[in-house]
Design a protein around this ligand. Structure first.
Ligand code: FO1
Length: 309
């Protein structure tokens, strides 16, 4: 059964890891947001892609969720002494990824091809695809002006008040469209709906490819809070209710099912009233076993769903 998972950063990477535990490599394709990619210090940085790759390869930093474990920071410190910008934390090991990605891109490889090469080097089984080969930068309209994504997210620590998210609709990578054509079902990982998942869904032809497939979304909001990142703050600033119901409403018409955390069980009727089926479980992934169990429950759930329209 071919499954496509749509993923952003840390939450998406954890569920993707759990899915990889439950499916054979040939059955799983993970499509990753690249709206947060940017050029920095002359390098092509793809943070969400790398978070997914490092997680699947067992290289991820367990404290931050992003970057590599056992990291050292000599290059960044040396750059700082030279007056270079150091607000984006690039570790020595992580830098090797960006150097190699940039080298291969300049030699003419597509981002899809570079990502496949990294997967092979790190022994990653499932296919990991960038949503697009061309840059598709997400911009954030705030009370302090329009900010590039990482400027907002890392440099400004999500402090400016968000008025709107401006997405770039690049052509989806050809392999993404092919994977969706072949998919029996689609899982939307517990990633930020506005900053991580919408950039993927917004690509031309994407939503059409989901029509006729069973789609389940896993809530990134638990007990009115985001497990990681600014999803809750963003919901409030965009004038939505800060709850899993608002996320379900965001996916209404696209997803037929919604995986809701047990602490939010009382919200199930409100989500069902939106026309989505609900599976209540523990969605907080503290361990590898949690990831595998949530993935297994989500797979059973998505296979039980009718196709979205
Ligand atoms: N996030 C931070 O909050 N601070 C950082 O310094 C930082 C560095 C970084 C380096 C490489 C990488 O792949 C990711 C990094 N992230 C950092 C995370 C990342 O920018 C965001 O979590 C995502 O873009 C949003 O999903």
């Amino acid at each position: 059964m071919n499954i496509v998972a749509l993923a952003g950063g840390v939450g998406g990477a954890k569920l993707a890891h759990g899915l990889a535990h439950n499916l054979s490599p040939a059955e799983l394709t993970i499509v990753v947001n690249t709206g947060d990619d940017f050029e920095h210090l002359g390098l092509w940085i793809a943070p969400d892609l790398d978070t997914v790759l490092y997680t699947l390869a067992g290289l991820a930093n367990p404290e931050t969720g992003w970057g590599q474990r056992d990291e050292t920071w000599n290059c960044l410190q040396a750059l700082g002494r030279l007056g270079a910008p150091t607000w984006f934390g690039l570790g020595d090991r992580d830098l090797a990824t960006h150097l190699e990605r940039t080298r291969r891109r300049r030699a003419g490889a597509t981002l899809t091809e570079v990502t496949a090469a990294l997967c092979q080097a790190w022994g990653i089984g499932p296919r990991v695809l960038p949503m697009a080969d061309a840059p598709a930068p997400t911009l954030v309209e705030t009370d302090e002006g329009v900010l590039a994504f990482q400027e907002y997210f890392v440099h400004r620590r999500c402090a400016p008040r968000v008025q709107a998210v401006r997405l770039t609709a690049a052509e989806p990578a050809p392999a993404v469209l092919a994977a969706l054509e072949a998919a029996a079902a689609v899982v939307i990982c517990p990633s930020n709906p506005f900053l991580s998942v919408d950039p993927i869904l917004n690509l031309p032809g994407l939503r059409e490819r989901l029509a006729g497939k069973p789609v389940a979304a896993v809530s990134p909001i638990v007990g009115g809070q985001a497990l990681k990142g600014p999803a809750a703050k963003l919901l409030a600033e965009l004038g939505r209710e800060v709850s899993a119901v608002a996320v379900a409403a965001h996916y209404q018409g696209l997803a037929a099912g919604f995986v809701l955390d047990q602490v939010d069980a009382a919200l199930a009727p409100a989500i069902e009233a939106l026309g989505l089926r609900v599976r209540v479980t523990d969605t907080v992934m503290r361990s590898d076993a949690d990831r595998a169990r949530l993935a297994q429950e989500t797979l059973a759930f998505v296979h039980s769903l009718p196709a979205a329209h």
